[in-house]
Write a protein that binds this ligand. Structure first.
Ligand code: SF4
Length: 150
């Protein structure tokens, strides 16, 4: 499993400070995808458990969550990293372009964003979006937290 971006994200998971990884090799193929550069699976850098654990230690006390933007197409590797994050007491989130993910992955997730990008419907900040952001602890739909209050 490889990543092309590692950053601290304040908006993507409401109420959390997230260490976010964009995983390469997305097979969904949404028209108008903003991350076409990340589609080739060989692009980016290997996200090893050793490196990931080191980053969690470096960010201890500064982050509350780990966010994976994709990676469900490598379920065993993703599962392993999610468990490592949980062991550190962190919340976990996955942004997937699919409507559902494997139950084993859901079990290790606090939050899940589902659904492909459909330009005419917009993303989570659109009231018409097809995408769903769910708190899996209570199945609560949190889309309202992304809507602009302007
Ligand atoms: S799921 Fe996300 S990364 Fe994958 S093609 Fe769709 S918009 Fe792009």
């Amino acid at each position: 499993m490889r990543y092309c971006s590692e950053q601290i994200a304040f908006q993507e998971v409401p109420g959390e400070v997230s260490l976010a990884y964009t995983i390469t090799g997305c097979p969904v193929g949404c028209k108008g995808c903003h991350s076409v550069d990340s589609w080739p699976a060989h692009s980016g850098v290997e996200l090893t458990p050793e490196y990931f654990t080191k980053r969690l230690q470096q960010y201890r006390g500064l982050i509350t969550c780990v966010l994976f933007l994709g990676g469900e197409w490598y379920p065993e590797q993703l599962l392993h990293l999610l468990k490592l994050a949980r062991e550190q007491g962190l919340e976990t989130c996955l942004y997937t372009g699919y409507e559902q993910v494997l139950p084993a992955l859901r079990e290790q997730l606090t939050y899940l964003k589902t659904g492909p990008w459909i330009a005419e419907l917009g993303g989570l900040d659109s009231p018409n979006t097809n995408q769903k952001f769910i708190d899996l602890r209570n199945q609560q739909l949190l889309n309202v937290r992304f809507l602009s209050t302007d």
